[in-house]
Design a binder for this molecule. Structure first.
Ligand code: NDP
Length: 503
């Protein structure tokens, strides 16, 4: 439980959300569950501030967002502590997967946004007397509904891009991690950017629903497929464009010629980083039968070396899970798999004590029909299945309703790329895991039920703008050939012209 329990605030009608440290169960603080009116007011304030902000040249916006980046870098240690305390993530992961990611995104797009958002000419192939171009107009206020697994980098990364594109931002963090969002607002305010331009509204699901209904112009949602569908439907009802980044069930294909030492280490990191609570965690491994035994042994060795415990300690590899309900889901998945014949090769159960610790778990002898191979686990569990050959691995990798990310391990990079191109996923990495969310140049998003739209990459920045088209005359003629009055003569001339053009 990164948070949660509602209680009535004494002497008021307001519910509050109590935040807890998932590693100890200790209460960290509380935030109000904000009302529909408060959410509407936040959007209205962001809209007012956005009018002036959008009038600034992109370079000026980038310069000012550089100040936010500087505050984030200067106060990195404090942010990592907040993430570790409320989210259960290790300090090292908080630094590399959250703080660094936002700092890099702000720097990368800060340098390039003016080029990416510069008007783009469209050469017209037929209408040579006219010119066309696209220009990119900020959408207005972007609502960001964020999950608990990356409570800083997801909302702040999206916010940095939305602000660069000239928008105002209102973030609704997960009820599990509201204090981190508050910390983000504190950092933002310390950067000297206009206070109302970036707002945080705290609450549960209904607060997220209220944000969609509060007059926002674009919505970025990250979370479960079930809630994502509700969000997309609510946006559709209001004709608000949205990006929904949903669940994953990332397969890892281990070919017969893989470097097994590197693969085992990569898989352990890919499955257990952030206690497996990553939408692109390694969630199922398909190992070629010729290497299955050796790979499994090496993965178990690598897993057994991991140090689990207090996320705030520098030497901890695996921290706590964020949410008690999520840990129950992980237990259910493991129990179902074991009941169906999977073998626990290491781990397999929660640790004792008050903290939400689930031992990094490797399951052998898994089959495709087990829940652990089909449904999202979102916890530190790596199920491994033996496959006859790479063809079977590709078929099984694609046998899923989700398609966010996939991994291929082979010493032959060309072969890895050929296999990667056949996998139904938004991104595929050869011989590595997780990393590309941290590569701002590359698009992020899934196919199938893993979501709609892409964040990051030049397209991700442009999507935060309305793409508008202007068409103008380069050569002013007295009249155009196809204007009134129509006549047989005009018809004849047009017919000749068409026959000549399409000859
Ligand atoms: P949800 O998808 O339910 O929540 C994500 C965000 O949406 C939270 O801020 C949540 O608020 C908010 N929300 C909930 N209901 C609505 C609604 N009707 N309208 C608008 N916003 C809403 O995820 P959970 O936190 O409940 O996690 C459930 C599962 O989702 C996990 O078991 C995991 O499998 C998956 N997940 C996937 C993530 C990813 O990165 N793709 C991230 C997190 C979870 P609140 O939290 O306050 O309810």
């Amino acid at each position: 439980m990164g948070a949660v329990a509602a209680k009535q605030e004494q002497g008021s009608q307001k519910n509050v959300i109590i935040s807890r440290n998932p590693a100890t169960g200790a209460i960290l603080g509380e935030v109000p569950e904000q009302s529909v009116d408060e959410v509407r007011a936040a959007v209205a304030r962001a809209r007012d501030a956005q009018r002036q902000w959008s009038a600034l040249p992109v370079r000026e916006r980038a310069h000012r967002i550089g100040a936010l980046r500087d505050v984030i870098v200067r106060r990195a240690d404090e942010i990592c502590e907040a993430i570790s305390r409320e989210g259960g993530k290790t300090r090292g992961e908080a630094l590399t997967m959250e703080v660094m990611l936002v700092a890099d995104l702000a720097t990368y797009f800060g340098k390039r946004a003016h080029k990416i958002l510069a008007p783009e000419p469209i050469p017209l192939h037929l209408l040579k007397n006219r010119g066309s171009y696209l220009h990119f107009v900020p959408r207005g206020v972007v609502g960001i509904i964020a999950p608990w697994n990356f409570p800083f980098s997801i909302p702040m990364g999206e916010a940095v891009m939305a602000l660069l594109a000239g928008n105002g931002v209102v973030v609704k963090p997960s009820e599990m991690t509201p204090l981190i969002a508050r910390k983000a607002k504190e950092l933002y305010d310390a950067s000297g950017l206009p206070a109302d331009l970036f707002q945080v509204v705290t609450g549960r699901g209904p607060t997220g629903a209220a944000l969609i209904d509060a007059g926002i112009d674009y919505c970025i949602f990250t979370g479960s497929t079930a809630t994502g569908k509700r969000v997309a439907a609510a946006c559709g009802e209001r004709l608000i464009p949205c990006t929904v980044e949903l669940g994953g069930k990332a397969p890892a294909i281990v070919c017969a010629d893989a470097d097994l030492d590197r693969t085992a280490r990569a898989l352990a990191w890919g499955a257990f980083a952030n206690s497996g609570q990553v939408c692109v965690s390694v969630e199922r491994v398909y190992a070629h039968e010729s290497v299955y035994e050796e790979l499994t042994r090496k993965v178990v060795e690598a897993t057994s070396r991991l140090r689990q415990g207090d996320p705030a300690r520098g030497e901890t590899d695996v921290g706590a899970m964020t949410w008690d309900r999520q840990m129950e889901i992980v237990e259910e998945r493991v129990q179902q798999a074991v009941g169906a014949g999977a073998k626990v090769l290491t781990g397999g159960a929660r640790l004792g004590g008050d903290g939400l610790f689930f031992a990094p778990t490797v399951l052998g002898d898994c089959r495709q029909d087990m829940d652990v191979m089909r449904k999202e686990i979102f916890g530190p569990v790596m199920p491994i299945m033996k496959v006859r050959d790479e063809e079977e691995a590709v078929r099984l990798a694609n046998d899923s309703h989700l398609g966010l990310m996939a991994y291929v391990f082979t010493k032959d990079t060309q072969k890895g790329r050929r296999i990667a191109e056949r996998i139904e996923a938004g991104s595929v990495m050869v011989n590595d895991c997780l990393l590309t969310y941290g590569a701002p140049e590359t698009p992020w998003g899934g196919v199938k039920q893993s979501g709609l739209g892409r964040t990051h990459g030049p397209q991700g920045l442009r999507d935060l703008c309305e793409v508008r088209h202007v068409n103008y005359d380069r050569l002013a003629l007295r009249r155009e050939l196809w204007w009134y009055p129509y006549s047989d003569k005009l018809y004849g001339r047009m017919l000749k012209a068409i026959r000549w053009i399409f000859r």
